[in-house]
Design a protein around this ligand. Sequence first.
Ligand SMILES: C[S@@+](CC[C@H](N)C(=O)[O-])C[C@H]1O[C@@H](n2cnc3c(N)ncnc32)[C@H](O)[C@@H]1O
Length: 218
Amino acid sequence: MLVLALAACGAGSPPPASAPAPGDGMPHRFERADQWAKVFDAPDRDTWQRPDAVIALLALAPEMTVADVGAGTGYFTVRLARAVPRGQVIATDIEPDMVRYLGERAAREHLGNVRAVLATADDPALEPSSVDRILVVDVWHHVADRRGYAVGLARALRPGGTIAIVDFTASATRGPPRPHRLAPETVIADLAAAGLDAKLATATLPEQYVVLGTKPAT
Ligand SMILES: C[S@@+](CC[C@H](N)C(=O)[O-])C[C@H]1O[C@@H](n2cnc3c(N)ncnc32)[C@H](O)[C@@H]1O
């Protein structure tokens, strides 16, 4: 399982010749969603992912609109959908097969408040001031122009809205190859550059950190 989890984050890709420069992202395709589902929705994931702790950080209300950016096969999407029964979850991904899978999974699990949306690598495909919360799990290290992407996400947040970025620590036993791991300070700087009040969340996960960015209320 560890091998699969590492592969999920691109450990099978050839290592870069040097540490990535700011603005580099780790290119990786996530085709064949049915195969990735075995990894992203593996039964043991809850033990290290602690989804309830991550979702608690979002301080959701039942009517909120939440974007799950880079939703993959919907591990977090379905949990978010149950947490906002009178709201909506917009699940985005850049892989058409992931978007297909997300839509089919939502229907299969009778989650009528999920909308699966195809995004692009540099456009989150979210309307301005349209979402209360954005969750980005194990995606940020794949984004090539993180600062440009952060601007797009900040634009999509309603005033007072919050984004949570979850990614792997340098010492994690799974995750992308070490040269592609991002320090939390780097993620904080990415969000701050987009005008968000960014900080490290105090909640601890065994393998990951969480950076929160809040859009000023006015
Ligand atoms: C490691 S998976 C994580 C999936 C999901 N967030 C989870 O925690 O199970 C990364 C996902 O992000 C998607 N992705 C990569 N770059 C993206 C981008 N710029 N915008 C949206 N999705 C992206 C990939 O296609 C892939 O499905």
